[in-house]
Write a protein that binds this ligand. Structure first.
Ligand code: NAP
Ligand code: MG
Length: 477
């Protein structure tokens, strides 16, 4: 049983209501969480405001940075504990959970060091004037996060906001919020003032909606589905508050006929299989030039057929997906594609001995998928890869840009000119040339266009998102 973390203390909240959280690997109750409501959110926002106006807000940038870096070291001290907690809560294989905690620690390292490097600038202006442009925190920022990478998302969304000097209120996903709660407690142990970091658990339509509509929030950071993202943005608009939305994608991996096939095949597979396909930046479409389509897909099929899904402890290629609803959703994509007669090129296996109640799906590879099909257009959020042939460069770009999403893309070719042309024309916030980098890259600005959302996370770009730019014009003669 876990509780909210508000104003530096664990609390059952106003109602004391709790809800069950299931372990995806078994389908059995794993723990219970507090079910927060609008009053709990209000308490958390007030605590954050008090911290911003008090102990937290009074710290210098260097002091904030030191605390953030200290928490990163604390994360590493608690590495095994956090990785196991993340694996049990989300069902992900242990190796993935460890990679996630490592990435989580990197956010603290990066933004701990960056906190005192957000310098303003001076603008040369009229004679007799001095102009300073400075970056100030919003005050209190709101954060609503999903269940796929809870610890990494804590790092990605909350840590730059803290580095800029904001106090934060987080509503994590009800399905997986254990590491976020633990990180908030660890923050308190390393000396974060009460109220600097608040975590309210509970249902999205209750606690999440209350947070996104709260007038005390200066800026909102949301990661999740496009449908809820739109609702959050509308709620923010009512308060004239800006937000970043990170809403997933249908990211293409474009393979030209001169690509290094041996290098590309394992990365193309990993880009969809990582975290059981539950990755916003999953490379869920592979576009292959006609001349090498058969050869390339045969190699991908060979790898797919070897994939196994199992428990976190089995530590195989995939875990279960997060819950029964997601399993049903992923399975419906697979069933519909089979019924429509789309060739199933290869499938992996669910490992022997997984618990019956767990939410396992079979990794599945389809191709050639007809253009315009659901598998081209909609995010599955599971280990399902869709392959498409294309004729030439123009056709590849047309196909790559054929969805409403635009988050990440990869281009595989040895032709330097083509690498640049395609990278410039493809609709995506990040483009990888001869590689694919889902997940990591804390230093690299990341975010989408269109249905993938807007705003930039990671790198220095995230610090700018969580700051207000102020221009101070001084007429001194
Ligand atoms: P979701 O409903 O968008 O959940 C994301 C977060 O928003 C959770 O914390 C959720 O709380 C909260 N939320 C739900 N309703 C809300 C509301 N009315 N106001 C404010 N916050 C609200 O996503 P999902 O249902 O977990 O997953 C559905 C699909 O979204 C997936 O199949 C996938 O396609 C996509 N998705 C994308 C990402 C990504 O990284 N971009 C991550 C997860 C899912 P609760 O947990 O309490 O519902
Ligand atoms: Mg939901």
């Amino acid at each position: 049983m876990t509780q909210h973390f508000i104003n530096g203390r664990q609390t059952a909240g106003r109602t004391g209501e709790t809800m069950a959280v299931l372990a995806p690997a078994t389908g059995e109750e794993f723990t219970r969480i507090a079910c927060g409501n609008a009053a709990d959110i209000d308490d958390a926002v007030k605590a954050a405001r008090a911290a911003y106006e008090g102990a937290w807000g009074k710290l210098t940038a260097a002091e904030r940075g030191r605390l953030i870096a200290k928490l990163g070291l604390k994360v590493l001290d608690h590495f095994d504990e956090l990785a196991l907690l993340e694996a049990r809560d989300t069902g992900k294989p242990m190796a993935q959970a460890k990679a996630d905690i490592e990435a989580c620690a990197r956010y603290f390292e990066f933004y701990g060091g960056a906190a005192d490097k957000v310098h303003g600038h001076i603008v040369p202006f009229l004679n007799g004037y001095s102009v300073n442009v400075v970056h100030e925190p919003y005050g209190v920022t709101g954060h609503i996060l999903p269940w796929n990478y809870p610890a990494q998302m804590f790092g990605r969304s909350l840590v730059p906001a803290l580095a800029m000097g904001n106090a934060v209120v987080l509503k994590p996903a009800e399905e997986a919020c254990q590491t976020a709660l633990r990180l908030a407690v660890l923050a308190s142990e390393v000396g974060f003032p009460d109220g600097a970091i608040n975590v309210v658990t509970g249902r999205g339509h209750e606690a999440g909606a209350a947070l996104s509509a709260h007038p005390g929030i200066g800026f909102m950071s949301f990661t999740g589905s496009p449908e809820v993202g739109k609702m959050v943005q509308i709620a923010c608009a009512e308060n004239y508050v800006a937000c970043t939305l990170e809403l997933g994608g249908k990211s293409p991996q474009i393979v030209f006929d001169d690509a290094d096939v041996d290098a590309a095949v394992p990365i193309v597979c990993k880009a969809i299989v990582q975290n059981t396909g539950q990755t916003c930046s999953a490379g869920s479409r592979v576009l292959v030039q006609q001349g090498i389509y058969d050869e390339f897909m045969e190699a991908v099929a060979g790898q797919f057929a070897k994939l196994r899904a199992g428990t976190p402890e089995m530590d195989l290629d995939c875990g279960p997906v997060i819950n029964a609803k997601q399993r049903g959703r992923v399975q419906s994509f697979i069933d519909q594609a089979r019924e429509a007669g789309i060739p199933l090129i290869a499938e992996g296996q669910i490992a022997q001995g997984v618990p019956n109640g767990g939410f396992y799906v079979t990794p599945t590879l389809f191709g050639k998928v007809p253009r315009g099909n659901r598998l081209e257009q909609e995010e599955v959020f599971g280990p399902v890869l869709a392959a498409f042939p294309f004729s030439d460069e123009a056709d590849a770009i047309k196909l790559a840009n054929s969805t409403e999403y635009g988050l990440v893309a990869a281009v595989w070719t040895k032709d330097g000119g083509r690498q640049q042309r395609v990278a410039k024309k493809v609709r995506a916030g990040q483009v990888f040339i001869n590689g694919y980098g889902a997940g990591g890259g804390i230093e690299l600005p990341f975010g989408g266009t269109g249905k993938s959302g807007h705003g930039r996370e990671k790198g220095f770009a995230a610090l700018e998102e969580f700051a207000v730019t102020k221009t101070i014009v001084h007429k001194h003669g």
